[in-house]
Design a binder for this molecule. Structure first.
Ligand SMILES: [Zn+2]
Length: 366
């Protein structure tokens, strides 16, 4: 039997909650972690209509991209759609889970799905994040080093891009003197001891800190483990906003617009002037990605595809790049297919159903 907690753990192994923006509210919003999952409904937004769809499909968990609750709710009177959606979910015993900006910020997340639909190659994060990697240096008797390193690798330490089990070691002499209250693994009270030790260096994602330190202390033979822990300034190429990649072949700008319209199933594209005749390097950001324009320009993108652009912001293209605003809903709607793919591959015990509700609050009169 699979519980909601199992689903949360799985989704957070793909998109850790610590990668969400400070304003965000990703994670389990409504529901008890210990409930057993019947079926899952995946959707972009969670609205009352989506809750009704979940009831009709015998789903007791909705996994959505956008969190229905952003700010603290103080009253539950059904006066707005947020309160009504939460009330309906609780009354019908339906849990709501959101994987939002944390899913925007990972390889294989929202922006990689857009890149996949556009057939982009060599896709990477457009603006990799800083302050998400830590370095651990520790000292261990030479003969115990491999056991400790192995234990750390098992919890995700030393994984860098396409490489795992990465570490660096040198050997030297460690010296120490235990006092009378100590219970040393090597040596005696009040006597200076010298031991052949390895100095081991590893890096890991900062959100694993508690697990890593617990593992180090459990696997290490010493009572007091000599170590340094540092938050690195290095960017993590696997975590951050937006994505950038290449079309298989350069397309004339107007043809590219047709291609974009077809691949993302758009009825309209709001765009700046076609400033360069050909388009090949494509930057994308699902939802409101205007803050990434300069990253896209710096990395020589021919086009930046995002949503929620305002009139004056279009001027910022300034003949340097083609900005395409394809609509917030349209840019992210395929996220539900991405979630379905992850969940149905991992869990075969129940159905993961794609919501058919069109939650786009924006209509186009064409
Ligand atoms: Zn969004």
């Amino acid at each position: 039997m699979i519980t909601i907690k199992d689903i949360s753990h799985f989704l957070e192994s793909i998109a850790p909650l610590s990668y969400q923006e400070p304003y965000d509210n990703a994670g389990l919003i409504v529901g008890e972690p210990s409930s057993v999952v019947t079926n899952i409904l995946v959707s972009l937004d969670c609205t009352e209509e989506v809750v009704e769809e979940a009831i009709a499909n015998n789903c007791n968990l909705i996994v959505a991209h956008h969190p229905i609750v952003f700010k603290g709710l103080k009253k539950f009177n059904g006066r707005n759609y947020v309160e009504r959606t939460v009330i309906k979910a609780i009354k019908n015993d339906i849990a709501i889970y959101a994987t939002h900006t944390n899913l925007d910020h990972v390889v294989g997340g929202v922006n990689f799905m857009i890149a996949e639909r556009l057939g982009l190659q060599h896709v990477r994060i457009l603006a990799p994040k800083k302050d998400v990697l830590m370095k651990l240096v520790f000292f261990v008797p030479v003969e115990n080093a491999s056991t400790v390193i192995e234990a750390l690798h098992r919890v995700g330490v030393g994984q860098i891009g396409n490489y795992d089990r990465c570490s660096f070691s040198v050997q030297g002499i460690g010296s120490f003197r235990p006092n009378e209250a100590a219970n040393p693994f090597i040596g005696k009270a009040n006597e200076v001891e010298q031991v052949n030790e390895s100095r081991v260096e590893v890096i890991f994602p900062a959100y694993l800190e508690a697990t890593v330190m617990r593992t180090l202390n459990d696997a290490h033979p010493y009572e007091e483990v000599a170590h340094y822990l540092t938050l690195l300034q290095n960017t993590n190429q696997e975590v951050g906003a937006g994505a950038i990649g290449l079309l298989n072949e350069a397309l004339p700008a107007e043809e590219f617009l047709r291609y974009l319209k077809e691949k993302m199933q758009l009825s309209v594209i709001r765009h700046t002037t076609l400033c360069s005749p050909m388009v090949q390097r494509v930057a994308v950001c699902g939802g409101a990605g205007g803050f990434l324009l300069n990253d896209a320009i710096r990395q020589n993108a021919d086009v930046f595809i995002t949503a929620d652009y305002k009139y004056h912001e279009f001027f910022d293209a300034d003949g340097r790049i083609l900005i395409c605003d394809i609509g917030h809903y349209e840019s992210e709607v395929f996220t539900k297919e991405l979630l379905q793919r992850y969940l149905s591959k991992k869990f075969a015990n129940f159905a993961t159903i794609l919501s058919e509700t069109i939650t786009n609050p924006v209509n186009y009169y064409v």
